[in-house]
Design a protein around this ligand. Structure first.
Ligand code: GRF
Length: 181
């Protein structure tokens, strides 16, 4: 299986699910030096990269992150709650080797607030999608999806928890297959 670099901005529960599923993780990188997931990774001896783009700019930030990923032997980049748009240049340098998990059944509800939008639309089913990252937001080829029911009375928060559990099953399963290609 190819070595994976995981990009996070926050709690990193999907990153934890990937690590715990035995995916070979070469680096956990974050644009938020205080991201809780970074400490979790460090405690487990996983190499980490933490740098804020503030002050140095996006190009310099991405160049350093790119170098750290390559130095760590990563061949695939997995976004797991990474809250910044990657530049076209970064996407091109990792063409077809960046994947993301998105909390909706794409192509429905690209972008933010997916759960609130699914509930507001009266959907009875929600879910999550793993897809290849391209220059266009949440639009690359789908690698896998999982559905969960929307239950009457669901709030965005309760639905988000149900979808998150599905994410933790789907992402390791899809990434294992992708990293074994
Ligand atoms: C998840 O809902 C994921 O689908 C989205 O951002 C959230 C990240 O959560 N892209 P976590 O940091 O993995 O806990």
């Amino acid at each position: 299986m190819k070595t994976v670099g995981i990009l996070i901005s926050g709690r990193g529960s999907n990153m934890m699910a990937l690590v715990e599923a035995g995916i070979p993780v070469g680096l956990v990188a974050s644009d938020k030096p205080d991201a809780p997931g970074l400490a979790w990774a460090r405690e487990r001896g996983i190499p980490t990269f933490a740098l804020s783009p503030k002050g140095i700019g996006k190009a310099a930030f991405e160049a350093q992150m790119d170098a750290a990923l390559r130095d760590a032997g990563c061949e695939i980049v997995a976004l797991a709650g990474y809250m910044r748009l990657l530049s076209d240049d970064f996407v091109a340098r990792w063409r077809d080797r960046i994947v993301n998990i998105h909390p909706s059944l794409l192509p429905r509800y690209k972008g933010l607030d997916t759960h609130a939008r699914a509930i507001a639309a009266g959907d009875s089913v929600a879910g999550c999608s793993v897809h290849v990252v391209t220059e266009e937001l949440d639009a690359g080829a789908l690698l896998g999806q999982a559905e969960v029911p929307i239950i009457p009375g669901d709030a965005p928060e309760t639905l988000a928890l149900r979808v998150l559990e599905a994410e933790h099953r789907l992402y390791p399963q899809v990434l294992k297959e992708f990293a074994s290609r």
